[in-house]
Design a protein around this ligand. Structure first.
Ligand code: Z5A
Length: 213
C-alpha cells in the first residue's frame, strides 16, 4: 500500500462528467493500491445526505440564496469532520465530487452572495481545510446540458435555474481557476477514457510519489 493522505476534488459545471471520472479514478487508485475514499457533496454523511434531499430534491421549495448557502455549509461541516479529516489522518486519499469551489461558483458568483461572506462561512465549515488539488473539468455549459438531457433525468432544484444561471456557473469556474490556489483545469471534451487519461496525467505530475509508476 502507498502512503496517500491527499485531498483531491473534482469540480466543474453541470454534466461535465465529474461522477463518471471520479468512478474511473477510484478504479485506477484501487488497481494502484492507493487507499482512498470516494465521496460527494452535498452528501457523504447522514447529515449531508439529508440536507442534499432538501437542497436538491425539494423542487417545490422557494429558498433564499442565504438559506441554500447555510444548508450547504452545514453539510460541509459534517463532511469535513466525519469524512475528510479521519481519512486524511489514516493516510488515505479523499477523492471528492465537489467541495468549496462549488460553493464559491454556485452560491457566490451565480446566486450573487458576497464572495467574502461565502469565504467566511467556508472557513467556519471547513476549519480552514483546503484540498491539495482541485481538478476542474472544463466544458461549455450547453454541451454539459446536452449530456445530462441524454440521461433523461428530471432536473433538480438548482438545475431548474436554467441556461443563464449555468452560464454564470461556468464563467465562475474560469474566474476561480485563475484566482484560487491549487486549481488545475482539464478539458472535459472527448470520450470518457480520453478525459480520464488527462486526469491521471495531471495526478501523476502533481503527486508522483503517490500515483507514479
Ligand atoms: N452545489 C452547490 O450549489 N454548492 C455546493 O457547495 C455544492 C454543490 C457542493 C450537486 O448535484 C448540485 O449541488 C450541483 C451544485 C450544487 N448542482 N446541481 N444541480 P449532483 O451531485 O446531483 O450533480 P452534479 O455534481 O451537478 O453532477 P452532474 O452535473 O449532474 O453531472 P457530472 O457528475 O458532472 O457528470 P456525469 O454524471 O458523470 O455525466 C453526465 C452525463 O454525461 C451522463 O449521461 C454520462 O454518461 C455522460 N458523460 C460523462 N462523460 C462523458 C463524456 N466524456 N462524453 C459524453 N458523455 C459523457
Amino acid at each position: 500500500m502507498r502512503d496517500a493522505g491527499r485531498f483531491i476534488v473534482l469540480e466543474g459545471g453541470e454534466g461535465v462528467g465529474k461522477t463518471t471520472q471520479a468512478a474511473l479514478l477510484s478504479s485506477w487508485m484501487e488497481a494502484l493500491g492507493v487507499p482512498h475514499v470516494l465521496t460527494r457533496e452535498p452528501g457523504g454523511t447522514p447529515v449531508g445526505e439529508a440536507i442534499r434531499e432538501v437542497v436538491l430534491g425539494r423542487t417545490d421549495l422557494e429558498m433564499p440564496p442565504e438559506s441554500e448557502l447555510l444548508l450547504i455549509l452545514a453539510a460541509r461541516a459534517a463532511f469535513v469532520r466525519d469524512v475528510v479529516r479521519p481519512a486524511l489522518a489514516a493516510g488515505k486519499v479523499v477523492l471528492a465530487d465537489r467541495f468549496a469551489l462549488s460553493t464559491l461558483a454556485y452560491q457566490g458568483y451565480a446566486r450573487g452572495i458576497d464572495l467574502q461572506d461565502v469565504r467566511d462561512g467556508l472557513r467556519i465549515a471547513t476549519g480552514g481545510l483546503s484540498p491539495d488539488l482541485y481538478l476542474v473539468l472544463d466544458l461549455p455549459p450547453e454541451e454539459g446540458t446536452a449530456r445530462q438531457q441524454r440521461d433523461g433525468m428530471a432536473p433538480d432544484r438548482i438545475e431548474q435555474e436554467g441556461a443563464s444561471f449555468l452560464r454564470r456557473v461556468s464563467e465562475a469556474y474560469i474566474a476561480l481557476s485563475e484566482s484560487e490556489p491549487g486549481v488545475t483545469v482539464v478539458s472535459a471534451r472527448g470520450a470518457p477514457e480520453v478525459v480520464q487519461a488527462r486526469l491521471r496525467e495531471a495526478l501523476v505530475r502533481r503527486f508522483p510519489e503517490t500515483f507514479g509508476a
